[in-house]
Design a binder for this molecule. Structure first.
Ligand code: DX5
Ligand code: ZN
Length: 231
């Protein structure tokens, strides 16, 4: 299904001392979501922000807050983030064994948020087979979780295309989000492969003019996507 590519700037690259201004800047520039990276220091090697920050952000933001949980115990923490105002919650397949993946998806939806599952770069797309029909979104990581500013892992666009095929087989149409090393050079690759939502940390907040950077990445992605659909 065709829809414009959306940009989701990641707060990990924002200026926490001037957080409100950065959020307002990306809202005015037409961001689709605020991407909120939660890392617990166990699932991935960084320790970021959590519930109290989300509560305040969700109250102030005029666009949906997309919470990316890079934590080892999502089943315990999903209710915390849902209550704090997350519009969508993404859990990692690598943190949930057996039926727990489906349980987490159900729990997110039951709490009234959109449900997404993320895959680390080396996790196969087939991991999603049993849950894809129930997902609102799939997140394909194009770097190892942990830090902003890493380089895009080549071949991640092929993984996006694999998710498109798996979804089609299942008769599902979740949004596909890509996270890590996305900027002007890589956005067209993943958009042409079928990505709908592009997380951008450094490429937006690290730019001299974040609004202009966001707009040009969005346009480049959109052009690539439209070109691919026309082929
Ligand atoms: C990494 C986070 C990403 C990261 C993206 O673990 O999930 O959202 O902040 O930053 P860039 O776009 O700079 O790679
Ligand atoms: Zn993220």
């Amino acid at each position: 299904m065709f829809q414009p590519v959306k940009i989701a700037p990641s707060i990990l690259s924002a200026n926490f001392m001037d957080f409100r201004a950065d959020i307002e800047r990306i809202e005015r520039a037409g961001a689709g979501f605020v991407h909120f990276d939660v890392i617990d220091g166990h699932f991935a090697p960084n320790l970021t922000v959590g519930v109290p920050v989300l509560k305040q952000l969700a109250r102030a933001a005029s666009i949906p807050v997309d919470v990316h949980l890079m934590i080892t115990n999502p089943l315990e923490q999903i209710p915390w983030f849902a209550d704090a105002g997350a519009d969508s919650i993404t859990v990692h397949a690598e943190a949930l064994y057996g039926d727990d993946l489906a349980r987490a998806v159900e729990m997110i939806k039951g709490a009234g948020a959109k449900a997404a599952v993320a895959l680390k770069p080396r996790t196969p797309v087939a991991t999603l087979r049993d849950v894809i029909a129930d997902l609102d979104m799939v997140l394909v990581m194009s770097v190892e979780p942990g830090f902003s500013g890493q380089s895009y892992i080549a071949g991640s666009d092929a993984k996006v295309a694999e998710v498109v095929s798996l979804a089609r087989e299942a008769g599902a149409s979740p949004l596909i989000e890509v996270d890590g090393g996305i900027g002007l050079a890589t956005a067209p690759l993943v958009a042409a492969a079928g990505a709908d939502v592009l997380v951008c940390g450094n490429a937006v907040f690290g730019a001299d003019d974040p609004a202009a950077a966001l707009a040009s990445i969005q346009q480049a992605a959109e052009a690539a996507r439209t070109g691919a659909l026309a082929r």
